[in-house]
Design a protein around this ligand. Structure first.
Ligand code: ADP
Ligand code: MG
Length: 742
């Protein structure tokens, strides 16, 4: 019922507001991410039908009386049309900030914009004298006569947006103009000020807060309940603004969030902005496109833009279109481009397009849509046709001279120090695609992803495919690191001694080593105790036994009193147990030698709390450290240990060699090349496989448990810099110089 009245009301309004209603019958119907609750054009066509041929009222003999609607009803209906959803309010507010010559625009959103929208800028502000009429309908500083519309450069011109917001939300404006000592704050409802403007502290510019959007439109609120959905649209809108207005900085964040979801600083080019907003993978796959015409008998325009190439693939088309610096939609142009992509690059038929079209202002009718999302162009068909051909010829050319770009990661995974020479960027592509990865000199390349097995030592040593096991491993790694985070109590036990010990750890931490530990990438095990790791362009050997011992020691202290306790029914004679354990370690358990020493070690000092806890923590640290397994490492020389018969050089050599052959067993078949037959006698396979799995398990734990945990928790003590725990073995720059000479 309400919507039936909109056109009637609009016909009574000024030319400006009514013209977009009539034009809209012929405008496109594409869904717009900002406004599309439903395509408004459809609705309007229905309304027009209803007005032009009303169904005959079956029972009424007399025509119903026509009444003038209450102004507040009219205003609310109109407001609902201008502000269709939170993102349309943000579009209006940001456009106001742009019109105010701002250089920085910041958006904060709560509950998808339903609870709060706040747009702050550093623009020219609003004069104190204008505040009383600021939010009345059709009050604007941008237009005075209808003719001004012909050459309008500002985004706004109808003076409707702020007014509309006050009819469907609570609006508060804080603003300060140049030269003023303080700003003013004032709230509005239904177009008018709720109170006199109050003097307040303010930073340069204007901040507009829109709270409880659609509080008085229950149906609208209901349809917008899914606030997450609108936030996505808001982020999308800000992204679109930021790649065009590259001399401004934008930010958009959820209320209370520390991180912004869109954050751009004034950049030098649109391509830089696209890279930072849409990502390197988009920017890398863009080509520059241009077209223009200045023949008054056909069309006058200039088009510049970026369009995606054959390597770009997405689920849906992204088209960011600016006409005379207005963010608009043009369904005819969008369709024309889609058709060309489908025909030329069927596999990349959902392109990314950023296009700007400039025309003489008098050739653009900006007033054809209530939210100004569509404009109508003089000679639109010709312009669309010309742009379509320009896009088509660009795509055809790029298809013929297609190049395959490489990324840093690919280089690393193929070989850490070797570049492939077959990649080059085509000179026909003005956009330097993948420029980032190519700019990194090879000697500066670093392993960036510690979870990626590529480039690790064992991928060279072990030819086995990394199948299911590897993926299961990484899953477990994630789980285990999550578990560790979850279990890491932020507060340690409330004991002075523990606090002191933790403080000692913190103050003794070596910041250079801490950097290495935090950002290093595990490369592989160099021998039984040393892991090779890369930090920036340097390679280090790190003693995993020392590191894990220290990590465990620190963790025990940090989690002190947070371990599950086990209650024993009888107290345990600790001293006796320790002596038993020490005897166990002796090679000759029956000898009583060193008994005194053992007793001394077993004496637990319960009196001195701090040293007692320190000793217990150190013992636990040592117990859980990544010691090499008891069985010798079966790779390399350690293999001898697994021979059943005596080692090489023995008189029984010949026979055992014969045996191994008759049993159909040879080392070569096991890929142990290099360990030749002299040594390759009968092997205790069971023991060997036990050893292999123990060593593999250890290496897996070092990589997936120790290193991730170290990155999170370890504070390496300064002593590790000098006691051989960390040894720098190479810097890639120097290595590269050596390789260059080879
Ligand atoms: P329009 O933009 O069509 O003029 P609005 O209702 O959006 O209408 O805004 C009304 C007027 O309020 C603008 O013409 C402008 O003078 C002023 N205004 C709104 N927002 C800002 C802002 N962020 N900074 C400075 N002035 C503003
Ligand atoms: Mg405006």
């Amino acid at each position: 019922m309400a919507s039936l009245w909109v056109p009637l009301y609009r016909r009574e309004l000024s030319d400006i507001t009514s013209s977009h209603y009539f034009h809209s019958q012929s405008s496109g119907q594409s869904m717009d991410p900002y406004t599309a609750a439903a395509p408004p054009t459809d609705e309007w066509e229905m309304e027009i039908d209803a007005i032009e041929s009303p169904p005959p009222p079956p029972l009424l003999k007399e025509p119903p009386k026509i009444r003038r609607l209450d102004e507040s009803v009219v205003n609310r209906i109109a407001a609902g049309e201008v502000i269709q959803r939170p993102v349309s309010a943000i579009k209006e507010l940001v456009e106001n900030s742009l019109d105010a010559n701002s250089t920085s625009i910041n958006v904060v959103v709560k509950d998808g914009g339903l609870k709060l929208i706040q747009v702050s800028d550093d623009g020219h502000g609003i004069r104190y004298e204008d505040l009383p009429i600021l939010c009345e309908r059709h009050t604007t500083s941008k237009l005075s006569t209808f003719e001004d519309l012909q050459s309008i450069k500002s985004m706004g011109f109808r003076g409707e947006a702020l007014a509309s917001m006050t009819y469907v939300a609570h609006v508060t404006v804080t603003t300060i103009t140049k030269g003023q000592l303080h700003g003013y704050r004032v709230s509005y409802r239904d177009g008018i000020m709720e109170n006199e403007p109050k003097a307040c502290a303010a930073v340069k510019g204007t901040q507009i807060m829109v709270e409880n959007l659609f509080y008085n439109m229950a149906a609208r609120r209901k349809t917008l309940q899914n606030s997450a959905d609108d936030y996505t649209k808001i982020v999308d809108l800000l992204s679109r603004f930021s790649i065009h207005h590259t001399n401004l900085s934008f930010s958009c964040r959820k209320h209370g969030a520390a991180r912004a979801d869109v954050h751009t600083v004034a950049t030098s080019s649109s391509l830089d902005a696209i890279r930072s907003v849409y990502g390197v993978s988009v920017a890398r796959n863009l080509m520059k496109v241009e077209a223009s015409d200045d023949d008054p008998s056909s069309s006058i325009f200039e088009m510049n833009g970026f369009i995606s190439n054959a390597s770009y693939s997405a689920k849906k088309i992204t088209m960011v279109l600016y006409i005379n610096d207005r963010l608009v939609e043009c369904s005819a142009l969008k369709r024309a481009i889609e058709v060309v992509y489908a025909a030329t690059l069927p596999k990349a038929s959902k392109p990314f397009i950023y296009m700007t079209i400039m025309l003489p202002p008098e050739h653009v009718d900006v007033n054809v849509h209530p939210t100004k999302r569509e404009v109508s162009l003089l000679n639109q068909e010709i312009i669309v046709g010309k742009i379509q051909s320009a896009v088509e010829s660009k795509l055809r050319k790029s298809n013929e001279t297609r190049t395959f770009q490489e990324q840093t990661m690919e280089l690393l995974s193929s070989s850490p120090l070797v570049t492939r020479k077959d990649s080059h960027s085509s000179p026909s592509l003005p956009v330097s695609t993948g420029s980032r990865s190519q700019k990194v000199p090879v000697q500066k390349m670093v392993r960036t992803d510690s979870s990626d097995p590529a480039g690790r030592l064992h991928s060279y040593l072990d030819a086995k495919p990394l199948g299911e096991q590897e993926s299961r491993n990484s899953l477990t790694a994630v789980r285990s690191s999550v578990r560790q985070r979850r279990n890491n109590p932020t507060e340690a036990a409330d004991l002075t001694s523990i606090q002191l010990l933790i403080r000692e750890i913190d103050s003794n931490s070596h910041c250079g080593l801490l950097d290495i530990v935090r950002d290093c990438t595990y490369v592989g095990m160099a021998d039984d105790v040393y892991a090779l790791l890369q930090h920036n362009t340097r390679l280090y050997l790190a003693n995993v036994v020392n590191l894990s011992k220290e990590l465990m020691y620190q963790q025990v202290l940090r989690r002190f009193a947070h371990f599950n306790g086990i209650q024993l029914s009888d107290p345990t004679p600790l001293q006796e147990l320790i002596i038993l354990a020490l005897r166990e370690e002796d090679l000759d358990p029956d000898s009583n030698e060193n008994d005194d020493l053992k007793k001394k070690i077993a004496e637990v000092d319960w009196e001195e709390e701090k040293s007692c806890f320190q000793a217990v923590s150190a013992a636990l640290g040592n117990f859980y450290a990544m010691h090499p397994p008891l069985l010798p490492n079966p790779s390399g020389d350690g293999l001898q240990f697994y021979q059943k018969s005596k080692p090489a050089g023995n008189p029984s050599d010949r026979e055992s060699e014969h045996n191994s052959i008759t049993h159909g067993f040879s080392f070569k078949s096991m890929n142990f090349e290099g360990n030749d037959k002299e040594m390759g006698d009968d092997i205790d396979e069971e023991l060997l496989s036990e050893a292999k799995s123990a060593w593999a398990q250890r290496e897996w734990s070092i990589q997936h448990v120790l290193f991730p945990a170290m990155r999170l928790f370890l504070k390496p003590p300064a002593s590790m810099a000098t006691n051989g725990t960390f040894v720098q073995v190479a810097s890639l720059e120097k290595l590269y110089k050596i390789f260059e000479r080879c």
